[in-house]
Design a protein around this ligand. Sequence first.
Ligand code: SF4
Ligand code: SF4
Length: 305
Amino acid sequence: MSENTFELPHNSPVEPTRLELEDKLKFRCHKDISCWNQCCAQADVSLAPYDIIRMKTHLGISSTDFLKDYTVPYEIDSHNVPGIKLRTTEARACLFMKESGCSIYEDRPTACRYYPSGLLSMRALGMKEDERHFLLIKEPHCKGHDEAREITIADYRKEQAVEEFDDLNRDWYRIILKKKSTGPTIGKPSEMSLQLFFMASYDVDRFRRFILSDSFKKMYDVSAEEFARFENDDVALMQFGFALMKQVLFGEMSIKERTGAGDQRAEERKEVLAYRKEAELNEHNRKQEEARKAALEEGDSPASK
Ligand code: SF4
Ligand code: SF4
């Protein structure tokens, strides 16, 4: 196998060829195409932290409500690192799909912007820095590949305004890559660090309350100006979260701890674990509500009368 190819599971729609920024795609998507909306009718969209900030701001809701109403959990790797995907209808349609197209188009997530290409972040064995390549996804329903237009990956990224998303999510992708490449060395992450990873990655509004709590302030030596910025600036808070994750997961100490911080750790753990219990309760309530609605619908169906 050449270094520009990679192995894929059987039946994967991904082409096994690695693409670089100057490689060309033959592709165009437009409203008059025969397959309009078919990609969104079978959505499988994983989300990164900045995606969530953009979508919850667009919808005018908190990240906590966004997670509850629009996402489902999955595991990113075999060490239970938590990921989230967009929730779909039972028929797999994205909840944001409307007849006219995507109802959150200007704030759609990274994966939707890249499609039918994808970002392939990888770290070669023994290398410290990650490499960025791209891949091509060819699904039979997508007729955009039959269109005559050719465009480089670099220009497609500009056209889809994906660069800002990649720049802001880059540190998070690095954390995941590092976690994958050093996993067996540093062992399985603790339950507390996984919960912190979840909150700092996906639930920025909840993370804000955690960071601005007295117990956090007693533990970390962060300036009053920085704390003031975190009150209103989601992106600054997200980036602080990346630094905290690196500290907790890999011991990369970039946030100064106060003397005697150890005494506060139990308090910090208590808050993170309380968050987990609340998240579990929300998920439990959501499932119960879905089951209740399904039972009601079944009772209403003509077959049951
Ligand atoms: S977010 Fe928008 S573009 Fe992405 S799958 Fe949903 S409807 Fe389609
Ligand atoms: S061309 Fe592909 S990306 Fe565009 S609407 Fe059709 S299936 Fe979706």
